[in-house]
Design a protein around this ligand. Sequence first.
Ligand code: RDL
Ligand code: RDL
Length: 152
Amino acid sequence: MKVGICDTTFARVDMGAHAIDEIKQHVGNITFIRRTVPGIKDLPVASKKLIEEEGCEIVMALGMPGPEEKDKVCAHEASTGLIQAQLMTNTHILEVFVHEDEGENPKDLKQLAENRAREHAQNLIKMMFKPDAMRKEAGMGMREGRPDVGPV
Ligand code: RDL
Ligand code: RDL
């Protein structure tokens, strides 16, 4: 199976590497096709090309919106583009965004980004290979990168 990994140079943590490492630890026989672009607004077309031109069955789009208001707008635009690319290709693109201001300090941001990348990689594995395991988590208050909040 081909998995697309699309990430940015704007991000301050190499989330793509963490995602690939996590998938490799749990499933064999995956071909990774990785594309790095400057920023999150470049992720939608790069992801669409991974699906249409490289034959990826699922893509992770990893990026880091900055702390400024314009970065938040940028993130919303990128997100809209990623959704459109999913609808155009009928293929999942897992958006793995870590907003820079989610981190309480550089160390926390680094850990949060690694954890979110790895936990969304686990989501990818469940979606593609273990749909029953995913179903068991329905309504369980799962979060990525921070502790789960759990069901009410
Ligand atoms: O197509 C080139 C750029 O427009 C594109 O790479 C943008 O995503 C770059 N960019 C911004 O222009 C911006 O204002 C980014 C951010 N903010 C941001 O917060 N995070 C990014 N890119 O990854
Ligand atoms: O409720 C606390 C957080 O879950 C909330 O602040 C989220 O919005 C944080 N968050 C993002 O901002 C984001 O871009 C999350 C994700 N992506 C994500 O993929 N998974 C999360 N939170 O659990």
